[in-house]
Design a protein around this ligand. Structure first.
Ligand code: ZN
Length: 464
């Protein structure tokens, strides 16, 4: 990694290694599977013995921990949803005076941290961690940043909400754990404060939501008199929202800051991933770095039937924490849709990859084929710059069922009439190959569709 821009001269001997934890991060698929099963068998017994909620899940399946001899056996245990988690929390608070009694597996005096989800929809769900669990979270943050070239001596500006958010304090701790320097400015103090602190501390990297990043690019000239490129940032880490997987957003951030852009996920729990600079086969995904502590499964969002983790498979993410003590999640379904890639990535970094395709509620079904708006966006963007990347899925009525053909309004990149025909043929072939559907396209001139700040809505519902 010599010559990596921004690597401090005093990064030391360890600065030369590419991975934070070589031994674990380069395990073969077979070795990972063996480790996961061994840890799973221990974990299910631990969960069963200590939590009435987990025990109930086994009873629903008519199983006991000793019946779990394979992942197929484990897939019989019903999933737990976020709504269910919330209800259990309420029930626990009512009956036992604590939201954790029913779920937590460690004694109260072992719990050292409580994290919460943002709580934008309803009551926040809470996570309890022991010191052992906190150490795992720190390890995962270190694995992610180390892969991108962050080393001791680098300064990272943390410009996310710090209030209870899993990307708040836990992230700070992870950065410190790997020996880099965190400046936890947060966004609560406002944009001007973030820019002032950046000017004084000269960070090499920033962690922020992609929409806040785009806002900084717009506001920096007005508030500081200089473009955002002069902040001197070499890394932009997207967190907290989905935009970091959007190629257009990534390009805007890369150009606006003059930085390398990475998308990453995983706050105060065991599911952690980070993107690389290769974007293979239209997959704008992340490398999963926490397989030794997180068993990932995919299920059909409708029937919850298991879907094999084959290359290109799409399904609702279900995860189970391994070697976890506080509030281990078991077959927990957050409602996120994932596409996995199991073939090796051209970047050479190990591990399977995943792309978050949105929410399970976003799923559309065309002639029995499940289709996801973000997957459509990824296919379309493969033809950039002959297309702008902007498009809308036009529905007569809300999904998931769509009467074929799926109608897509799409902007070309400013090509001639006869080139559109060729473009459409190519796009149709990509849709057939990747998504197994044949949409009807309506071509628009570049800039026709409204651009929205923050999250783009891909679906428009209008009666014909
Ligand atoms: Zn890669």
């Amino acid at each position: 990694m010599s010559g990596t821009p921004g690597t401090p001269a005093h990064a030391g001997r360890d600065g030369g290694r590419r991975l934070w934890n070589e031994a674990v991060e380069t395990l073969s698929r077979e070795a990972i599977a063996e480790l996961q099963l061994r840890r799973l068998q221990y974990q299910v017994r631990y969960n069963y013995e200590r939590s009435p909620v987990h025990r109930r899940k086994f009873e629903e399946a008519g199983a006991r921990p000793e019946d779990i001899r394979s992942l197929e056996d484990f897939a019989r245990i019903p999933v737990m949803t976020k709504d269910e988690h919330r209800r259990i929390q309420e029930e626990s608070l009512e009956r036992h005076g604590s939201p954790f009694t029913l779920m937590a597996c460690a004694a109260p005096e072992e719990i050292v941290r409580i994290n919460a989800t943002s709580g934008t929809t309803g009551v926040p769900t809470l996570y309890t961690l022991t010191a052992h669990d906190v150490a795992i979270v720190n390890e995962m943050h270190a694995r992610k940043y180390w892969r991108t070239g962050i080393r001791p001596g680098h300064v990272m500006l943390q410009a996310l909400s710090l209030s209870m958010f899993t990307g708040g304090l836990p992230l700070s701790q992870g950065i410190m754990h790997m020996g880099a320097c965190v400046v936890p400015v947060g966004i609560e103090g406002g944009t001007k404060r973030v820019l002032d602190i950046a000017r004084i501390t000269r960070p090499h990297a920033i962690v922020a939501t992609p929409s806040f990043g785009q806002y900084l690019i717009e506001e920096a000239p007005r508030l500081t008199g200089r473009p955002a490129t002069e902040l001197g940032l070499r890394w932009f880490f997207c967190a907290g929202e989905g935009g970091g997987s959007d190629p257009q957003v990534r390009r805007a951030l890369a150009e606006g800051f003059g930085a390398r852009v990475f998308d990453h996920t995983g706050g105060g729990h065991a599911f952690h991933g980070i993107s690389c600079e290769a974007q293979d086969e239209g997959c704008t995904g992340m490398h999963l770095v926490s397989e030794d502590h997180c068993l990932l499964e995919l299920v059909d969002p409708g029937t919850r039937a298991p879907i094999a983790l084959a290359d290109g498979a799409v399904g609702e993410m279900v995860f189970t924490f391994l070697d976890w003590r506080g509030g281990p999640f078991m077959r927990y379904a957050l409602g996120d849709l994932l596409q996995v890639r199991t073939r090796p990535c051209s970047c050479g970094l190990p591990g399977i990859r995943f792309a978050i395709l949105g929410r399970a509620d976003d799923m559309l079904t065309v002639k029995g084929v499940n289709v996801y708006p973000q997957a459509i966006a990824n296919v379309i963007f493969r033809l950039y710059p002959r297309v702008t990347g902007a498009f809308r899925i036009m529905l007569d009525r809300p999904g998931p069922k769509v009467a074929p053909p799926l109608r897509i309004r799409i902007e070309h990149g400013g090509v001639g009439e006869q080139d559109i025909e060729a473009l459409e043929r190519e796009l149709t072939a990509l849709f057939r190959q990747d998504l197994r559907i044949r949409p009807a396209f309506e071509w628009l001139a570049p800039g026709t569709l409204p651009r929205e700040a923050g999250k783009t809505r891909y679906i428009e519902i209008a009666a014909p």
